[in-house]
Design a protein around this ligand. Structure first.
Ligand SMILES: C[S@@+](CC[C@H](N)C(=O)[O-])C[C@H]1O[C@@H](n2cnc3c(N)ncnc32)[C@H](O)[C@@H]1O
Length: 335
């Protein structure tokens, strides 16, 4: 292990697990923090990196459930042979509790017994057990015949996404995306915290709201003034003041410099393209964007063939309805 780095397990949320993994890696890269990719098994992503990142990943990444520092890894059947309490290095004054999750159906009935036995090891060594409000949670994951045991470092607060659902905002619009996806797509743009993020098709502000919590400054552009009024009210509703809104067309961007973009282009009946065909709109937008250098953009479109002056870093399909696929692109024209 590289000096000062720990092995951590990031537990991902299952909706689109490949993108959830990318969200975590891109976020760490956007912070310029060192990490080593150790692999992913199911929803468990293993990295070697700084422990202090755990809180931040839970705060920023919408597809992260929790982060645990891994202390011990063992074949499930050999756990007791390999278990060594001293490895955990926990102060004797701390109260603990053991919580294990099995991703293997066949081991689910064993979980409670295992929690009790490991808890007893700690109890016999002089630790206080507190099942309601422990100071330290010993966390375990059983997967692929293995068990990973460690100390829970941080948990994400899932309720906050619920609180910002489109239906709970001041101004509702059916084209607006649910917060956990809006935030995922913002993070896929690799936006750095001290930069600004542009959403050139911002609608009532779904992406802007999410980005505003960790990006220094955001700019939203929309051709429809009513949508911008909706965005303004929504931002005010959540006390967000680091976002500027501009009434303009994404086909003629009124900005001198752009670096990071996250946007959901209009398609379907819920959002208007103002009479232009979706494919023409996206083509025109990318054409306009190619006037700027050093762009990193996460763009959602139903176009399956973006053949422009951009390097495609990622192209990922997402089913919207049985007959409609939306493509998630990460594009760049760096260097
Ligand atoms: C899918 S909605 C954006 C939803 C937003 N991402 C959210 O989550 O709240 C697309 C928006 O693009 C806007 N739009 C359509 N044509 C445009 C253009 N040429 N330039 C800028 N905005 C445009 C529409 O008015 C609509 O508000």
């Amino acid at each position: 292990m590289v000096n000062g780095l720990s092995k951590i397990c990031v537990v991902l949320i299952g909706d689109i697990v490949d993108l959830a993994e990318k969200e975590v890696l891109f976020t760490i890269e956007s912070l310029n923090i060192e990490y080593k990719y150790l692999g992913r098994t199911g929803l468990l992503l293993f990295l070697e990196t700084e422990e202090m990142l755990a809180e931040y990943l839970c705060y920023r990444c919408s597809m992260v459930r929790e982060v645990t520092k891994i202390i011990l890894e063992s074949d499930f059947l050999n756990l007791y042979k390999n278990f060594n309490l001293n490895l955990f290095n926990i102060e004797k004054t701390k109260s603990i509790c053991v919580r294990i999750k099995s991703y293997e159906h066949k081991y689910k009935p064993e979980v409670q017994k295992l929690e009790r036995i490991i808890g007893e090891f700690f109890y016999k060594a002089g630790y206080k057990i507190n099942l309601e409000n422990p100071e330290i949670i010993i966390r375990g994951y059983i997967i692929s015949e293995k068990i990973f045991l460690g100390i829970l470092l941080a948990k994400s607060y899932r309720k906050s996404y619920e609180e910002r659902r489109p239906s709970k905002r001041k101004v509702f619009h059916p084209s607006s995306m649910i917060p956990k996806f809006a935030r995922l797509f913002v993070n896929l743009s690799k936006v750095e915290i001290n930069e600004f993020l542009l959403d050139p098709f911002c609608g009532v502000g779904g992406f802007l709201i999410e980005a505003s919590f960790f990006v220094k400054h955001c700019i939203g552009i929309d051709i429809d003034i009513r949508m911008l009024k909706g965005a303004k009210e929504n931002l005010k509703f959540y006390n967000i003041y680091n976002v500027d809104l501009i009434n303009a067309s994404a086909l003629k961007l009124p900005l001198r410099k752009i670096k990071y973009i996250a946007t959901d282009t209009p398609y379907g009946i819920a959002s208007s393209t103002k009479g232009i065909r979706h494919s023409e709109l996206v083509k025109g937008f990318l054409n306009e964007l190619s006037n700027y250098k050093g762009i990193l953009a996460c763009i959602l479109t139903t176009e399956s063939n973006l053949n422009q002056n951009f390097k495609i870093i990622l192209k990922y399909p997402q089913k919207v309805r049985s007959s409609l696929i939306r493509w998630i692109y990460i594009l760049s024209n760096y260097g």
